[in-house]
Design a protein around this ligand. Structure first.
Ligand code: ADP
Ligand code: ZN
Ligand code: ZN
Length: 813
């Protein structure tokens, strides 16, 4: 007898796998998806292990096979087990990260005749049984649902059981078909002949309908139908313009089903490896020898940290390292932060490896993801590029994993399993022998610590690649806002920022004004008594929104009008502290009245304009000043930008998070990297109330080493990672008192357990109200475990219901 350990798709299964007998009729292997009986249900499962002995006495049989070939490779099976153990997540939740998109579906039961002929006295059957049998024989295969609709649910099930019991019929199982809607795009073509279209275009032009004329003329010059999206880009018109032409009977607009290919190779020309700079060459050389060593089955996996400022040519090193791994007959996965997954980024990979690049990210439809997954598994692509979940792509012969901007905290998943893609990548490399490249201008302090210790190989690209005669690193100036106030400047723009901006605008250069906020004012404070208006449900400060003169809670969407007077002391001196992008836009409008402004934040992009539209507008110089939040800090390459102004660098420095300094440094450094990408050079002006802070000092000097030295010393002193590991435990309840009591009970439980095991180096911190104490009407209390191995300590404990556990949290909630 053979047995299989199966991870079952049931919330009851939790961290366990279950033993099943493998019927002799089935060929079952590790990684295979199967149907298994579980309680009175038939559920999906994935085989993790085969053995000659069951782990329990009584086992049931595997009912059927879902896919003829295994869906998980042996390495992925081990990775799933590690994920579940390390992040304390249910086993199937970990397994399902690696299953094809849309896999979690129900079983459809079918009834058919047995393959071996049978003899049976049919006259002994009831009418119902005979009816069902006739149907099965006639149709070959009938779904149970079908029989149920004719015979009634209970009766059909009884009859089928009787027939199967007597060997007259067999059951089989299939998954519900996946519901994937075809993708449709609108196309435009002429409804009249070319000559007539051109005549009409001329007439429309005369009648000052220039946009309609332009579109009609454009279509008259095309030999085929054109996607509306393309026409809008080329002619710069809205859909209304197309609609106007449709209503005049000149143009047809109709839907066409398109193939789901996330990369359009139209307009992408192949690119060739650049001849490398000395620093790039030496980095690539180290990586190449790592790849060769691992191809020969070298012992430990190699992790490289490629530390180089923005524009130092890291991406070119990735591309050439990928070419090396492909030469060795292997393949790669490249992760980029979601925000950086722009068409430009994809294009750089797609043009180097035409038709050999797959894209996986959350913006794709289920159908697109499903198609890509299948094609990846079949080995169609050399490179998979995607956001964090692409680390689980079924890329065969994996030889290289690249994680660009490895310090980005959106590599951490924020619901269970709360994995970190970087740590998963390193584990996967250990299991497959692949090589890992972590790239960043501002590496995560923990990553850099490992590189310093020699756990990872440190590779440096110290300088920007300078294409023409050279763009030096931008000049950075720190402005003390306290001095501005003393000098009588009450504007949000310091004298220096005003002058520099005005000068750049006069030279027809571009300016970015950066703000780490949304809305008009971050919070409203009374100047007389200091009272701050907060959301009564969530306890976070309410944000002032200029449009509609409203205050709103960004957590729960609670809104209220701005009060005339302070609710506490009735003073009318309610002041708006802090400033948001809308207000900044308004102020910039006053200060630089001739400049064309463009705002880029999530409010602006949620509506009609996509990131791409806003960006391309700025790129073609349809605006002079770009105003934005975090988004402007990432992944852009804008040669005309010569000034970047940071309106208030202190935002974020005062958050109750031990990584606040690191985050601020990373952000400022990135923002500074936006200036001077072209040959014009650039200037960055950082406005702050705390110019002496080391994170601001180091960012101003673009000096990672300076920042790292201070930061790592604080980490050591305060027993924070990388010198310890953290776990955050959050309990939430509608009753604050009960929530606190449960948190205190949990604290005692943890301390008891720790002391009974005699573990010395484990701190239990808290409980305290979480940073966001109240969320969607529930209170949250938090405990933090700190020690060398808090995760394995917890894994040996039964964690009470209702606790959310986050191993290696990236932000203290
Ligand atoms: P990073 O990824 O570090 O930001 P990139 O790889 O994007 O840097 O390089 C910045 C710019 O320099 C790009 O335009 C790139 O094409 C160019 N570049 C990179 N390496 C070279 C090289 N060896 N020779 C010439 N240009 C290069
Ligand atoms: Zn007051
Ligand atoms: Zn709220």
């Amino acid at each position: 007898m053979r047995y299989a350990e199966v991870s079952v798709n049931s919330p009851v299964a939790q961290h366990r796998a279950f033993s099943y007998t493998i019927p002799s009729s089935l060929d079952v292997g590790v990684g295979q998806a199967v149907w298994v009986p579980f309680g009175d249900k038939l559920l999906q499962g994935v085989v993790l292990e085969l053995s000659d002995y069951p782990s329990v006495e009584e086992t049931r049989e595997i009912a059927g096979i879902i896919e003829p070939h295994p869906l998980l490779s042996p390495s992925h099976v081990l990775l799933a087990r590690w994920l579940s153990e390390y992040y304390l997540s249910p086993l199937f939740a970990a397994v399902s990260l690696m299953l094809p998109p849309g896999f979690e579906r129900r079983a459809v039961t079918f009834i058919s005749s047995p393959t071996t002929p049978y003899e049976y006295d049919l006259s002994s059957l009831t009418t119902g049984q005979r009816y069902a049998l006739d149907l099965i024989r006639k149709q070959g295969k009938v779904s149970l649902r079908n029989l149920e609709s004719v015979l009634g649910k209970k009766r059909a099930q009884a009859i089928v059981s009787q027939l199967v019991g007597r060997g007259l019929a067999v059951r089989s199982y299939e998954m519900e078909p996946i519901k994937v809607r075809p993708r449709v795009e609108l196309y435009l073509s002429l409804a009249v002949d070319t000559a007539e279209a051109q005549q009409e275009a001329a007439r429309l032009h005369g009648g000052r309908a220039t946009r309609q004329a332009a579109l009609l003329d454009f279509l008259a010059h095309q030999s085929r139908a054109v996607p509306l999206a393309e026409a809008r880009q080329r002619v710069k018109c809205d859909k209304v313009v197309a609609d106007a032409l449709v209503s005049k009977g000149l143009v047809r607009l109709y839907p066409v089903e398109v193939k789901r290919d996330p990369i359009s190779y139209e307009g992408i020309t192949p690119s060739y490896p650049l001849s490398l700079t000395a620093a790039q060459r030496s980095a690539l050389q180290s990586i190449r020898s790592g790849l060769l060593k691992s191809a020969r089955g070298g012992a430990s996996p190699s992790v490289f940290l490629l530390h180089g400022v923005t524009g130092s040519g890291k991406t070119e090193v990735y591309l050439q390292a990928l070419a090396e791994v492909i030469k060795l007959g292997k393949r790669g996965i490249a992760l980029v932060p979601e925000i950086a997954l722009t068409p430009q980024a994809i294009e750089r990979f797609a043009s180097r490896f035409p038709h050999k690049v797959a894209v996986l990210h959350s913006k794709l439809s289920l159908g697109e993801r499903f198609d890509e997954w299948q094609r990846i598994e079949e080995g169609e692509f050399d490179v998979v590029i995607g956001s964090r979940s692409a680390i689980f792509a079924p890329q065969p012969e994996l030889g290289l994993i690249i994680i660009d901007e490895e310090h980005e905290w959106n590599y951490k998943q924020d619901n269970s399993p709360r994995y970190h893609a970087r740590d998963v990548a390193i584990k996967l490399a250990e299991l497959t022998g692949a090589v890992v490249i972590l790239g960043s201008a501002t590496p995560d302090v923990e990553t850099f610590y490992h590189a310093q210790r020699g756990d990872y190989h440190l590779l440096r690209l110290p300088e920007r690649v300078t294409p023409s005669e050279g763009s030096p690193l931008p000049q950075v100036e720190v402005v003390d806002l306290r001095q501005e106030l003393k000098a009588g400047n009450r504007s949000i723009f310091s004298r220096s920022l005003s002058q520099t901006t005005a000068k750049a605008l006069a030279n027809r250069e571009q300016v970015i004004l950066f703000l780490n906020r949304r809305g008009t004012a971050s919070f409203v404070q009374c100047r007389s008594c200091g009272f701050v208006l907060r959301c009564r449900r969530c306890e976070v400060a309410l944000t002032y929104h200029f449009a509609g003169e409203a205050l709103m809670c960004h957590r729960c969407n609670y809104r209220m009008p701005v009060p005339q007077a302070c609710p506490r002391c009735l003073s009318r001196r309610i002041k708006f502290l802090g400033i948001g992008t809308q207000k900044l836009e308004q102020e910039a409008g006053y200060a630089f009245s001739s400049a064309r402004l463009l705002r880029w934040d999530s409010d602006a992009t949620r509506g009609r304009h996509s990131h791409e539209e806003i960006l391309s507008k700025f790129r073609v110089h349809e605006a002079d000043i770009l105003i934005g939040t975090q988004m402007v800090a990432k992944g852009l390459d804008l040669p005309l930008v010569t000034v970047v102004g940071v309106i208030n660098a202190d935002t974020g420095l005062n958050l109750p998070d031990f990584r606040a300094g690191e985050r601020t440094f990373q952000l400022l450094n990135q923002v500074a990297g936006r200036a001077g990408r072209g040959t014009l050079g650039g200037k960055v002006i950082i406005q702050t109330y705390s110019p002496e802070h080391y994170a601001i000092q180091a960012a101003a000097k673009q000096d990672y080493a300076l920042f790292y030295e201070k930061e790592i010393a604080y980490r050591r002193q305060l027993h924070n990672p990388p010198f310890t590991r953290l776990v955050s435990l959050v309990y939430s309840h509608t009753n604050d008192y009960l929530c606190r009591r449960e948190a205190e009970r949990m604290r005692r439980l943890l301390i008891e357990e720790r002391d009974s095991k005699g573990i010395g180096d484990l701190d239990v911190i808290g409980p305290a109200p979480a940073f966001i104490h109240r969320l969607r009407g529930r209170f949250q209390w938090q405990l933090v475990l700190r020690g060398s191995e808090p995760s394995s300590f917890l894994s040996q404990m039964a964690i009470p219901q209702g606790w959310a556990v986050d191993i290696d949290p990236v932000g203290l909630i």
